[in-house]
Design a protein around this ligand. Structure first.
Ligand SMILES: [Cu+2]
Length: 141
């Protein structure tokens, strides 16, 4: 009887943690004074977790950088000022951008689990290119 109870406890501990929902704010001015940013721009989460993009400030959207997505993953595309929640089941790198402010460097990266090699830089404009490179470097790729 005692053995059974211990075994049950061990199984409970081995079970995956409950999925979390993280928040990313879409801002015209970030905490450090930077213009047009996602906060946090870089986020590491576990498979099964979700992310809600908050329309904290006006005129932003969130959408995937489609040529950088993991194979088979469905892209997302929020409307301007639309709050959306995305659930990430598979490990991978998920780069996204704000369409109106892409050229000003308004991009972000979500790393789910422990994926393999990172994607090459995709079709991005202006300051989005160096910012995305920096985010990919931060992801340890
Ligand atoms: Cu924006």
């Amino acid at each position: 009887m005692r053995f059974t109870a211990t075994l049950a406890a061990a199984i409970t501990l081995a079970a995956p943690a409950f999925a979390e929902t993280h928040e990313i704010r879409m801002l015209s001015r970030g905490a450090d004074g930077a213009m047009m940013v996602f906060e946090p721009a870089y986020l590491e989460i576990a498979p099964g977790d979700s992310v809600t993009f908050l329309a904290t400030e006006k005129s932003h959207n969130t959408e995937t950088v489609d040529d950088m997505l993991p194979e088979g993953f469905e892209s997302w595309k929020g409307k301007r000022d639309e709050e959306i929640t995305v659930t990430f089941d598979a490990p991978g790198y998920y780069p996204y951008k704000c369409k109106p402010h892409e050229a000003m460097g308004m991009v972000g990266l979500i790393k789910v689990g422990e994926p393999g090699s990172a994607p090459k830089i995709g079709k991005l404009r202006g300051k989005a290119v160096p910012v995305m490179k920096e985010l990919l470097a931060r992801a340890g790729s």
